[in-house]
Design a protein around this ligand. Structure first.
Ligand code: GLA
Length: 384
């Protein structure tokens, strides 16, 4: 992909040898879903499908951007001071220019290997990649946690997406062959080697066209805020719902609404599971890790209600296979990807079986991705 992006840069803007190249990964979350915005723990990994950038300052006040994903749009040009959103991919660039206070024009070509709507964080990958590239070509430095926080602001304040910090954090701070256990409130983190021993991780995409994701996501976030405020009214002054680790039943008594009770149950239990999963991964107890993954899915299916028929079909098909250690949806849900843990020797066979079940049930095929766990955003050589 980089070769293509580099060649395209040369074709469109010339003198590609004076440009610089950057890569930002996507991510897969092992466990800790929908709790980053509740101050909980998450356990994601950066993956080597992501976004490539070839970029150079152009000594003007113009931005000229081209995406391999939208060739029909050609080069999109706009003035640095023009921050009007146009419901197209370049809106993100405008958000970055505003939040990062970019004051120079540039030419950029972008190409990505994260499938659209796969829930593997193509937008965090794009945003952190471009923001990092712009900082570097301006001869500035930025620490990766600040980079992640500012990229989240682009999503929250400019794009109007109320996401948490997980995606931005992992694509910035990821480390090869490791998961990060991140406390999303304090932004303290720890790397844990992602070593599944004789087991392997399958990533499967439902290929569902996601529609409701943003509105349902924002609804869950509002529900979380409502629970927190009901607790406050009852004299329980928690900063975040994930500050609650035990005595859930006691707090549940204050919540009259059964839907909110279910949401609350997921949030508190998922946070505890994530800590247990991190411990299991450290101790290389992959069987325990797998069980926690499956419990997480059931909680997201029954209590948080963010899965849907496609994800449930995939996960249940995995779980019905002998030797499946665990399976769950990953990311925001409502579509996107699921993960499963199997003996390495069975991976190919399982994919074929699950594919057939899914196709019969849903009417189209899922996709499977082979990924490696890699470092966070970085500059690369054009021949890498
Ligand atoms: C999306 C958001 C994250 C996180 C997950 C769910 O990926 O961007 O902040 O909330 O959903 O865990």
């Amino acid at each position: 992909m980089l070769k293509k992006v580099y060649e395209e840069f040369g074709r469109l803007f010339g003198n590609e040898e004076q440009s610089r190249c950057f890569f930002c990964p996507g991510r897969v979350n092992i466990i800790g879903e929908h709790i980053d915005y509740n101050g909980g723990y998450v356990l994601p990994c950066a993956i080597d499908i992501g976004t490539y950038f070839v970029i150079r300052k152009n000594n003007s006040a113009q931005v000229r951007a081209y995406s391999l994903q939208f060739p029909k749009l050609g080069i999109v040009s706009f003035d640095l001071n023009d921050c009007t959103k146009q419901k197209q991919w370049t809106d993100f660039i405008k958000g970055i220019i505003q939040i990062f206070k970019i004051n120079f024009g540039f030419d950029v070509v972008v190409g990505g290997t994260i499938p659209h709507s796969s829930g593997l964080s193509s937008s965090a990958s794009f945003c952190a990649g471009l923001a990092y590239a712009l900082t570097c070509i301006d001869h500035k430095t930025i620490d990766k946690t600040t980079l992640a926080k500012e990229c989240r602001r682009v999503e929250n304040e400019f794009m109007g997406v109320n996401c948490g910090i997980m995606d931005q954090f992992i694509v910035c701070q990821g480390r090869k062959d490791s998961a990060i256990l991140l406390n999303c409130d304090r932004l303290e983190y720890e790397f844990i080697p992602f070593d599944l021993q004789e087991y392997g991780l399958i990533i499967a995409n439902t290929n569902k066209i996601r529609q409701l994701t943003d509105s349902k996501y924002n609804e869950r976030k509002r529900e979380s805020e409502e629970i927190l405020s009901i607790l406050k009214q009852n004299g329980y002054l928690f900063e975040n719902l994930c500050d609650i680790r035990d005595e859930l039943e006691k707090y549940l008594l204050c919540i009259p609404d059964t839907t909110l009770q279910k949401r609350f149950r997921h949030i508190v239990s998922e946070n505890v599971r994530t800590l247990q999963a991190a411990k299991a991964l450290k101790e290389k107890d992959i069987i325990a890790l797998g069980k926690l993954l499956t419990q997480s899915h059931f909680s997201l299916e029954k209590d948080y209600e963010v899965t849907g028929k496609e994800l449930d079909t995939l996960v249940h098909a995995f779980l019905n296979e002998p030797d499946c250690l665990g399976a769950r949806m990953t990311g925001a849900g409502f579509g996107g990807c699921a993960i499963a843990i199997f003996k390495k020797s069975r991976l190919n066979e399982v994919k074929e079986k699950v594919k057939a079940i899914y196709e019969k049930e849903i009417g189209y095929e899922p996709s499977f991705y082979q990924v490696s766990i890699c470092d966070g955003v970085k500059e690369i050589e054009h021949h890498e």
